[in-house]
Write a protein that binds this ligand. Structure first.
Ligand code: GAP
Length: 464
């Protein structure tokens, strides 16, 4: 996979290599040579992604008692996308094509690199470009067997439109009062012109979006609140402070629906997936104003305004279209940031595991809550039946509660090393003393300190 991605990812090969070799992420349709910048999450990738999604879901729906969850359909009426503005020029990238090699590029990606070259030339072959053309990013499909205009619909380009469709239903059924939020995790699709960037920019991706409905006068206050909350979430899950920053959108950068926007950016220091090392967006926080609910009210004929129950009775109640403060994170993009941030190399290897001074050992210092495998169970040697039996007992005890790997292959140092590479926080070793007093050693991934713990206290002593 690195071979295919080398020409396009410029610097993230180490991560791509690790992802491929250790079961995190692979090309989609691999036997056919991959497909169109699509990726599959393997046994460890899916655990890591699920842990990120769980951390986000719990943050939203458990830490905040005024946020509820939702899982809306990917396919919706095409009218939704007409009303949201996604079918018009607002949701389009400018595309240019090289007249010589016919490669296509996003115009705004070329400009910063070559703005003082007149005219802008193709970075691949030096050819001249066509004039920029608007290219809509909606992914078209057909409903039913007849592929005519009447059957056209779209795969959703952002998950939040499903939330707006259910604004009234969720509010009424759960008796929600403003301010309140609706959270959703799900797939979104965009016909990106140049995905080319491992999982950073793909045509199929997953979003974790929360839409917070507020009184228009309180929009600024809640925007500031959510901006800080979202930054805190990444920091709390271990991303280094110096690798995160805010980037406020200029008027030109604002999405067609936004009054105000700020990105949380991650510093892709290993070489950004876009090809240049540097700051790139992992989440957007937007004040969408009343854009969505007003347009959906207008297009559907259904009133999506809110009667404030705290303001008098009957006709005297204040009625308004709520403003929406949105937090929109990419599950795949943040996964890439978590992986890169956790990636560290120890030159010469770590004392207990190294086999040669030239070695470079990888340690994935993922937050323990995110680590795909929580515990490794390792018999000290594999040719002692009693040790293996005891190890299997410990493995069966822990696996009901945690994701656990059992490994008896190779030296103990080599096995520690394999676990460090995938970020396993704890290695539990069963040795000869275990057979005498039912205690095991627990090795901490980061400190490499080993402690003896009684088997019956094991699951309580492991902190995540
Ligand atoms: N509902 C607002 C919205 O979709 P966005 O800034 O277009 O806003 C939000 O997208 C987040 O979704 C981004 O910060 C990014 O993490 C993720 N995202 C967007 N397009 C993506 C793509 N092509 N591949 C992977 N992730 C993407």
């Amino acid at each position: 996979m690195v071979k295919e991605l080398k020409k396009i990812s410029n610097g993230v090969e180490k991560i791509v290599n690790l992802c491929k070799n250790r079961g995190f992420i692979n090309l989609s349709s691999e036997p056919y040579g991959g497909f169109s910048s699509c990726y599959d999450y393997g046994p460890l990738g899916v655990e890591l992604k699920n842990n990120i999604k769980t951390a986000w879901w719990e943050e939203m729906t458990k830490r905040h008692d005024n946020i509820v969850g939702l899982d809306a359909a990917i396919l919706m009426s095409p009218k939704v996308w007409e009303a949201s503005g996604h079918l018009s020029a607002g949701f389009a990238d400018e595309l240019v094509e090289c007249k010589k090699c016919h490669k296509r590029f996003r115009f705004n990606e070329l400009k910063p690199k070559t703005y003082n070259l007149k005219p802008i030339i193709c970075p691949e072959c030096g050819g001249e470009f066509t004039q920029p053309k608007k290219f809509n990013l909606m992914m078209k499909t057909f409903i039913g067997p007849v592929e005519d205009e009447a059957a056209v619909t779209y795969l959703r380009a952002e998950t939040c439109q499903g939330i707006y469709m259910n604004f009234n239903w969720a509010r009424n059924s759960m008796r929600l009062k403003i301010p309140f939020g609706i959270a959703q995790i799900g797939k979104a699709f965009r016909n990106e012109i140049t995905p080319k960037s491992f999982i950073y920019r793909t045509r199929e991706f997953e979003q974790m979006e929360m839409q917070f409905f507020v009184h228009p006068k309180e929009a600024d206050k809640w925007f500031d609140y959510w901006k800080e909350e979202r930054m805190r979430w990444y920091l709390n899950l271990g991303i280094k402070k110096e690798n995160l920053r805010f980037h406020e959108h200029t008027k030109k950068e604002l999405a067609h629906y936004a009054k105000k926007g700020i990105d949380i950016e991650y510093k892709f220091s290993l070489g950004s997936p876009g090809g240049e090392a540097g700051w790139q967006e992992i989440e957007g926080i937007h004040n969408r104003g009343d854009w969505d609910l007003s347009n959906h009210s207008r297009y559907s004929g259904k009133d999506l305004s809110y009667f404030d129950p705290s303001t008098g009775s009957g006709q005297a109640k204040e009625k308004y279209i709520p403003y929406i403060i949105e937090t929109s994170a990419g599950a795949d993009r943040s996964l890439l940031a978590f992986l890169i941030d956790a990636y560290s190399e120890v030159k010469g290897g770590r004392t207990e595991t190294t086999e040669s001074a030239k070695e470079i050992e990888i340690v994935l210092k993922l937050d323990k809550r995110l680590a795909p495998v929580k515990i490794a169970v390792l018999p000290l040697v594999k040719n002692k039946k009693d040790l293996i039996k005891k190890s299997e007992e410990v493995y069966n005890l822990l696996r009901t509660e945690f994701v656990v790997q059992y490994d008896e292959v190779g030296s103990i140092g080599r096995r520690y090393r394999r676990q460090d590479e995938i970020g396993t926080p704890y290695c539990v070793t069963i040795d000869f003393q275990t057979l005498e007093d039912n205690s095991v050693t627990v090795r901490d991934r980061d400190t490499m300190k080993q402690e003896r713990v009684a088997i019956n206290k094991l699951s309580d002593s492991l902190i995540f």
